[in-house]
Design a protein around this ligand. Structure first.
Ligand code: FAD
Length: 406
């Protein structure tokens, strides 16, 4: 399969947006080097990168100074440049984060402070101004984020794969990495399509990133616990009634890393609703029917799972109810968009978030990258990692360069 296996400079596990952005960055930094992406599915962006909200996040929510805050700003700028240069679909439609009850106002004020600290321009709006922007929306106050946008991250991934091939790299599809052995001068990789040797390895395996890391003896302090996000599409009639131009978000619960069900105009003219956040019974569990005993045992034997469940059982139960009842899902949306009913919702494909969960039950909030002598691992890359992909890739490529020099 590979005529000169020793010539592979860097093998990247995972053909999602992070693996592809990293491979492309490595090729841009060292033209002519041999970079190979190994992806177990038959197409790129089969998991998180092709099953998300497709929002270009401006960087309002993240703790100032965190890797998320810094890479989101930088990554969004780079992503917009890429989208414009490549002629891919995107739009700065703006976002409204809407408080619907007085108890949400302190949290909205905190978001305004965070936005200022992160260098994101926001405008506080009263109820009247909110309705001037979006007549169908309800709320008592809102924060307008003019630079938030939408795109199609699946299309970004497909274009990156083309660019990688054009730059002399390879994206090998249908190749699952089974074992990795880190040796003194190289990394030996056993795959379903034979063995190969590379000088360095990057792990961008998303939902399986902790397992890939464990294969080189790295014991991440957190385990990936899969959280499914279910989506609906608004029917054309409901969409026309809503007439939404901007993204419409609730005020999130700061203790929970998910943003709450929201409404997202899509680049193809649709109106996406969701995602909720329910425990998935398999790492690639896109419905309740998809159960993996191995994955489930991995989740249930992790002490952090039970600690998390004790803290969040009430929030979690609300999310499960919204998963089992379309009417409950519609009620959550109706707080933002009054009049929304179950009849307005058509099921759309779900996504599963790779969320790292600490032993102590803490959901790891920030992006997490760890390395060994010859390998670099992205171990927590939830939202806004698609927005931030090019900035994360720059950091991963810098870690690879250090290892090559070392
Ligand atoms: C419901 C949902 C909504 C989201 N909304 C947004 C949003 O609006 N904006 C935003 O910025 N971010 C959003 N995100 C987050 C974003 O989608 C992810 O952070 C991003 O896609 C992560 O990319 P990745 O490359 O790390 O993972 P993935 O896209 O999951 O890619 C990992 C790849 O590794 C492959 N792989 C795994 N194991 C192996 C192996 N052993 N051998 C070979 N290949 C392997 C998998 O098949 C997969 O293709 C959302 C995520 C979800 C789930």
């Amino acid at each position: 399969m590979n005529p000169d296996p020793a010539a592979v400079d860097t093998a990247v596990v995972g053909g999602g947006i992070l693996g592809l952005a990293t491979a492309w960055r490595l090729l841009s930094d060292r033209p002519g080097s041999r970079v190979v992406v190994l992806e177990k599915e038959k197409a790129v962006a089969h998991h998180q990168s092709g099953r998300n909200s497709n929002v270009l996040h401006a960087g309002v929510y993240y703790r100032p100074g965190s890797l998320k805050a810094r890479t989101c700003r930088e990554g969004k700028r780079r992503m917009e440049e890429f989208l414009a240069a490549e002629g891919l679909p995107w739009r700065r439609c703006g976002k409204l984060i809407v408080a619907t009850a007085p108890e949400e106002l302190p949290r909205l004020a905190e978001l305004e402070r965070r936005a200022a600290a992160n260098g994101v321009e926001v405008r506080p709006l009263g109820a009247e101004e909110l309705r001037e922007r979006e007549p169908a929306a309800a709320g008592i106050r809102a924060l307008e984020v003019p630079e938030s946008g939408i795109t199609d991250y699946g299309a970004v991934c497909r274009r990156l794969a083309q660019r990688i091939a054009a730059a002399g790299g390879e994206v090998r599809l249908g190749v699952r990495v089974r074992r990795i052995e880190e040796r003194r001068g190289a990394v030996r990789i056993a795959t379903t399509a034979g063995d190969l040797e590379a000088r360095l390895l990057v792990n961008c395996a998303g939902l399986h990133s902790d397992r890939v890391a464990a294969r080189v003896g790295l014991r991440p302090a957190a385990r990936i616990v899969p959280f499914r996000g279910e989506f609906f599409e608004l029917t054309p009639a409901a969409r026309a009634r809503a007439g939404l131009e901007r993204l419409l978000y609730p005020v999130p619960d700061p203790a929970f890393p998910f943003l709450g069900v929201h409404l997202t105009p899509t680049v193809t003219g649709g109106l996406h609703c969701g995602p909720n956040a329910v425990p998935a019974l398999a790492r690639e569990g896109y419905s309740w029917a998809r159960v993996s005993p191995v994955d489930l045992a991995g989740t249930l034997t992790w002490p952090g799972t039970w600690r998390l469940a004790r803290r969040f059982w009430r929030t979690g139960w609300g999310e499960v109810r919204r998963s089992l009842s379309r009417r409950a899902f519609a009620r959550a949306l109706a707080r933002l968009l009054p009049g929304t009913t179950a009849a307005d919702l058509v099921p759309a494909p779900a996504g599963v978030r790779a969320q790292a969960l600490g032993r102590d039950g803490a959901l790891i909030d920030d992006f997490l990258i760890q390395s060994t002598a010859r390998t670099v691992h992205v171990l927590n890359a939830p939202s806004p990692a698609a927005t931030a992909a090019f900035a994360i890739a720059a950091r991963v490529a810098a870690a690879v360069a250090e290892r090559r020099a070392g």
